[in-house]
Design a protein around this ligand. Sequence first.
Ligand code: PDD
Length: 285
Amino acid sequence: TIAYLNGEFVPLEQARISPLDRGFLFGDGIYEVIPSYAGKMVGFSQHMARFAKGLAAIEIDYKIDRDEWQTLVQRLIDDNREALGDNIGVYLHVSRGADTRRYHAYPEGVTPTVFGFAFALSAPVKADRHAHPGASVSLAEDLRWERCHIKSTALLGNVMHFQQSVKEGNAETLLYNHQGEITEASSSNVFIIKDGKAFTPPLDNQLLPGITRMLVLECLKIAGIEVSEEVITVGELLSADEVWITSSGKEILPIVKVGDNQIGDGKVGEIWEKVFSVYSEQKFV
Ligand code: PDD
């Protein structure tokens, strides 16, 4: 496949960076993952806005020119469709760059490393609850840092939490803070449905402001379902009628089991079907 590195399109296997890159040594960088289906991107402007915010938060002086990025991302999609198929995720990454001193402070005068590549996403599922078995997830205390709103490339905390779900044969790990409040999952946001109403944790430093989360909030409104951004306790999660997790790669994944607890009647819910069908129509708008 074709990748992008520091101003050039190159075959991915030929892309090379310095081992002194601070993205490699410190996880000192910001990334995005933008989904696309049949050549069309989902939430591009929102992804770019979050990208720019993340870079500003860690003081990497790299200006995101929206139109240039759009051309670049579209080319990564178009030029890789033959190799990867119709469902493509584009990974974009800006790290602080290479510095010989290995000194923790932000160095002066280094050039950020800019990298992008494309990978295959799984095909979107049908908005049919009877055709979807639902997924199971693990549950764990959130042991990451307190800046989870920054989409940092330093993902070891997330990786370790995700690995728990792999060991337990589950699709993801849902996380709660020390007050027993659900924050998000290791690479997804969380929604619950209770008595016909939708809830998702409010945005703060404990979770990533997911683009899919933002789109799903709009779809809930379009579907006429009342939604509230408020604290969800572990108890409320376990007694919910439906649980969903959302991300750029998963879209809206219905969850029917959390740890050993069945959610609702153990089947994918009606509201998921309704909202996911709205999402499937609205996602390119
Ligand atoms: N993960 N929370 C975390 C910790 C995430 O890493 C992600 C995305 C999300 C969902 O955000 P969005 O809807 O913008 O994809 C929430 C990406 C896809 C990843 O790391 O691969």
